[in-house]
Write a new protein. Structure first.
Length: 335
């Protein structure tokens, strides 16, 4: 059952991989600018305190690198941007990288991480007391290839609920999906932990946290183009040094991290939406303060994609990792 349930997940990731491969060969990283490191990323809210600290404190500038961020609105845009050479690196889960490797290769490697763990949860109407109760029910997703669908499939599968036995419903972005559960439009959804503090008041149940059920699911790894690493390796090292400095600073200065998250979420720094997620990140160690590459997480994702049948043969995960830039960044920070 679990393998069958994961087939939808792998198919969704395969879509992103195909999109990425269709763009291959059309760029060489950051439009030929050899003095700027360009990163494609997704928007953030209550986790911005960690993900955006380096910018707020000018740590990249301190490390002597100009970093340009391209904010992409959907996961489906991230890998094509990397493949087309519109960016030097992306902040994304590596599933698309694996599927692309099986289809000829994307020419990129994992060089570090910004938030390796996943701060998500399953929210359900009050009448549902466990994930098993969701069999046959409508589940809110953003799109078949979106992160909420992928996380929901894994968490339901872990509880023995096959994805083919539920009814996926496109319910929009994070706030919209949560509101859909509250309104009774869908039975449940996988959504950001931002909403955990208000769930009980809204009459909803938090059935499980992704950090507990799928702790090895990799969220944001730094995936960089091979040609960018070859031509701008020093910038990659300086970028990683600035990123690491920001991650460490966020751990050491939680009030400042909360303020950044609050600004992004348009709430006060003491709002439970901010404090809960920040506490979860710290308690569950969802962020590696060294920005390292968590091999067990990378191998876990390769395993579930292989079990689903989308990876017809094993992918050599180690060959898709190059941590020399992260290691060099750590040495820079020791000076």
């Amino acid at each position: 059952m679990k393998t069958r349930a994961l087939s939808s997940l792998a198919t969704a990731v395969a879509v992103m991989a195909a999109l990425a491969l269709s763009a291959c060969g059309s760029g060489s990283g950051s439009g030929g600018d050899d003095k700027t490191w360009v990163v494609g990323r997704m928007p953030c809210t209550s986790d911005c305190g960690f993900l955006r600290m380096s910018e707020e404190k000018d740590f990249y500038e301190k490390q002597g690198v100009k970093v340009k961020f391209v904010e992409l609105k959907s996961a489906e845009q991230v890998y094509p941007a990397l493949a087309a050479g519109e960016v030097d690196a992306i902040e994304q889960s590596p599933g698309g990288l694996y599927l692309a490797e099986a289809r000829g290769g994307l020419g990129a490697k994992v060089i570090g991480s910004s938030m390796a763990g996943m701060p998500f949860a399953i929210f359900a109407q009050g009448k549902y007391k466990s994930i098993k109760d969701l069999k046959g029910k409508p589940i809110g997703i953003s799109s078949p290839a979106g992160l909420p669908a992928l996380v929901a499939q894994l968490m339901l599968s872990d509880a023995g609920v096959d994805w083919k036995d539920i009814k996926p419903v496109n319910a929009g972005g994070n706030p919209d999906r949560y509101r859909a559960v509250k309104a009774g439009t869908v039975a449940a959804t996988a959504d950001a932990t931002d909403f955990v503090p208000k769930a009980e008041k809204d009459g909803l149940n938090v059935l499980a946290l992704s950090a507990d059920v799928i702790p090895d699911y990799p969220r944001y790894m730094i995936i960089a183009r091979n040609d960018s690493l070859k031509n701008k390796g020093d910038l990659a090292t300086r970028y990683m040094a600035g990123l690491i400095e920001g991650l460490r600073y966020a751990y050491d200065h939680p009030d400042e991290a909360a303020a950044i998250s609050a600004k992004a979420a348009k709430v006060s720094p003491d709002d439970p939406m901010v404090t809960y997620t920040q506490d979860l990140i710290i308690q569950k160690k969802l962020v590696d303060p060294d920005g390292g590459v968590d091999m067990p997480k990378l191998e876990y994702l390769e395993k579930i994609l292989r079990e689903s049948g989308q990876l017809k043969k094993p992918v050599d995960v180690k060959s898709l990792v190059d941590d020399q830039y992260q290691q060099a960044a750590l040495k820079r920070l020791e000076k």
